[in-house]
Design a protein around this ligand. Structure first.
Ligand SMILES: Cc1cc2nc3c(=O)[nH]c(=O)nc-3n(C[C@H](O)[C@H](O)[C@H](O)COP(=O)(O)OP(=O)(O)OC[C@H]3O[C@@H](n4cnc5c(N)ncnc54)[C@H](O)[C@@H]3O)c2cc1C
Length: 340
């Protein structure tokens, strides 16, 4: 059936669909251009089992609620829930992973924060984004990270994918309408950010919202603009595409992500780039723990970009946290004496 549809289309429409598919692929990969994505790297990605469309109505904190409910109320004398043991608003600005106590015997990891607080730790699991590492690894770690780790940080791809939500007083579309994809003819292809919007789509459980996806350099250009300008340009583009079908009304607000400008993310999610392929630098290199000068593993890496197969996802990020916690548990269990 699909083949028949394509047979009735002219070449220019097919080309426009291919252009749209290119943008869509960039959104999925998180890359700026599909030529930057490694084909063999992409084959490492795996879909996870189950329903791929799970919407957390009350946000991602629901995931933590579920995880924490599985834990016993009291374990090893520690009071649960864990929220009392999590320090928020602490910005780490240095991790010295080969520190020595004043007497020179004992080693530990010294974590320094922007507010001047210092924590002495047996082990550290680094879970900041690959984007943050790309921009800050040189200043963050003392001593410098080993070469293979630096290569992985540089070579693995980390792109920008943003969402722009438009809010309307009332929906002007009907209940069967799922959204509109913007097809661009070859002659209208340009680097202009708004020409690279994928389209506008309805949002589950939010009847007055439409969302647009934008990726790569176009997303970064949009982030640099004031919100009002983004609202105006998005509305103009949307109106142009739906005016013949519906009685359009102007949006009342815009909500958008700024994943590239956010100093703690510097992008959205990782992909396997052509550079990773050339350098043979993959998630396992990023995940490799680092030992101090005594040979004990001290520094561990988790987060989506360190997952061999579920990178760029929440479930991937969660699994890597378990992976590194298990690794530390094994090390501790194998030691005969306390570490510090
Ligand atoms: C538009 C978009 C759509 C997505 N859609 C999906 C989807 O449908 N399904 C899915 O599974 N995934 C999706 N993802 C991907 C998912 O959100 C990420 O893969 C996941 O959040 C990564 O988790 P993480 O813990 O590795 O990193 P992060 O979520 O980036 O967490 C790292 C944390 O470290 C903190 N941090 C960084 N530096 C410091 C510092 N110096 N000091 C202290 N704290 C610091 C950051 O503030 C942040 O809280 C999407 C992402 C985007 C942007």
């Amino acid at each position: 059936m699909e083949q028949k549809i394509f047979k009735t289309m002219d070449d220019s429409t097919i080309q426009s669909m291919l252009n749209w598919f290119h943008l869509m692929t960039n959104v999925i990969d998180g890359s700026n251009d599909w030529m930057e994505t490694s084909g063999s790297g992409r084959n490492m990605y795996r879909e996870c089992d189950g329903d791929p469309l799970v919407t957390w109505k009350r946000g991602y904190s629901s995931a933590f609620d579920i995880l924490m409910r599985n834990l016993p109320k009291q374990k090893n004398g520690l009071d649960l829930p864990l929220s009392g043991r999590i320090l928020l608003g602490k910005i780490v600005n240095q991790i010295n992973w080969d520190s020595k106590k004043e007497n020179g015997d004992q080693q530990f990891v010294r974590v320094s924060c922007e507010d001047g607080s210092i924590y002495e730790c047996d082990f550290v699991i680094v879970t900041c984004s690959l984007g943050f590492l790309k921009h800050n690894a040189e200043q963050l770690f003392l001593p410098r990270l080993p070469l293979s780790k630096r290569n992985a940080i540089e070579a693995l791809g980390f792109g920008t994918v943003d969402k722009v939500y438009l809010e309307f007083e009332n929906p002007w579309w009907n209940s069967t309408w799922a959204g509109v994809s913007f097809l661009r003819h070859e002659q209208s292809l340009s680097d202009e950010w708004s020409e690279n919007l994928l389209g506008f789509y309805t949002v589950r459980n939010h009847p007055n919202l439409l969302v647009a996806w934008i990726t790569g350099a176009a997303a970064q250009a949009a982030e640099a603009l004031p919100q009002d300008q983004v609202l105006q340009i998005c509305s103009q583009r949307l109106k142009r595409h739906v005016d013949s079908q519906f009685v359009y009304s102007e949006p009342i607000a815009v909500i958008r992500s700024l994943w590239y400008l956010n100093r703690f993310t510097r992008g959205s999610y990782s992909y396997r780039s052509m550079q990773s392929q050339k350098a043979d630098a993959w998630a396992c290199d990023l995940a490799e723990p680092v030992s101090d000068s005594s040979g004990l593993l001290r520094l561990f890496f988790a987060g989506e970009a360190t997952h061999d197969h579920f990178y760029s996802t929440v479930h991937g990020a969660v699994e890597t946290g378990y992976r590194e916690a298990d690794r530390i548990t094994e090390i501790v269990n194998s030691l005969n004496s306390p570490i510090l």
